[in-house]
Design a protein around this ligand. Sequence first.
Ligand SMILES: Nc1ncnc2c1ncn2[C@@H]1O[C@H](COP(=O)(O)OP(=O)(O)OP(=O)(O)O)[C@@H](O)[C@H]1O
Ligand SMILES: [Mg+2]
Length: 369
Amino acid sequence: MGRLGEKILVVDDNAEFIDFIRRFLESKDFQVSIALNGKTAIEKTLSDIPALVLLDLKLPDMPGEDVLKSIKEIDKDIAIIVITGFGGEQVAVDMMRKGATDFLSKPIDHQVLLSSIKNALEIRDAQIEDGRFDRYPSLEKFFPFLAHEIRNPLHAISGALAIIQRRSDLKDELLSQSIKIISEEVNHLNEFVQECLNFVRPPNMVRITAVEINEVISVVMNIISHMFELESKKIRIVTDMNPNLPKIYVNYEEIKQAFLNIVKNAFEAMPEGGQFTIRTCHKSDSPKCIEITFIDNGIGIKKENLGKLSNPFFTTKLRGTGLGLAICHRIINERHGGRIYIESEENKGTTIKVELPIGRPLGEISGVK
Ligand SMILES: Nc1ncnc2c1ncn2[C@@H]1O[C@H](COP(=O)(O)OP(=O)(O)OP(=O)(O)O)[C@@H](O)[C@H]1O
Ligand SMILES: [Mg+2]
């Protein structure tokens, strides 16, 4: 099948089933290793990263969902095919949201298994290839091309999906869940394309206006409370805003976008809840600026990643584009002559300070022509 020697880890507590799968996959020249429980599966993934994992969701020691999560944390490019017993489709669909590529129900047909593996490995190759984006000399040229190429088929997919939706029996749970997944993924891609365009969009002089930073922050926090409805209940928000800040000349939409990206990251870093503090103050020393500080006590950032944060596409999240902070850097540093400082400690939290200059003549704002 052209994928000779790829490593596959089979995780299942049924020795008979494992033996059957192992013999079949080895006859197709895959390298197969096995794990009879979740703990061994994670250890084997750590010691010798497989290309693909066949994961039974019913394991003796831990929920299959947790194993899936741990494997994806070790290397998010590992392809995972979930295996369920009869009637487990509902759970499997949920697993696909969490990063599984496909699911198969027992008993498993040889040909179905082989084509599912082939497909999952191809998707994995494409993902790895996407990670090598920096081959393109100019993102400014590449992103509009990418947006055009992706948006047209996305419109066609959305249209066709609407027809399927209308004609389908939506009482069929599995079918309606699958339609929902396609629709969510289409939205995700649309948003991704928009972020790529935001990243390269030229600055617009007309949009520079006198803005009250405290007001931008309250708009951002309002948007965040809708985006993170559930998490918001577990996150204590502390604000310490200086009410006497001078207005500053900025592009309101861009600054809002930058703050939104920063606060979104903070909320994403506190899935179990925590405390989020925003402070604004007026720094009158030279150069005069407004300082906005965002503090979370979430998962923090590994030391070795601190230098990579504003690289486009650097992400540690399964569904992240890695453009959030790159866009912030562009907006704050390059377009508004400001600075961003990031301090973070793993498992302690992250502090991001943004400085925006006051009273800077418009013509001097770098990038504004
Ligand atoms: N407050 C934070 N706490 C912990 N990690 C953070 C925080 N802010 C940024 N990061 C780290 O920086 C990485 C890059 O962030 P960035 O916003 O650029 O992309 P992303 O959040 O991964 O994806 P996107 O913003 O497109 O959803 C994140 O993946 C995360 O590892
Ligand atoms: Mg982000």
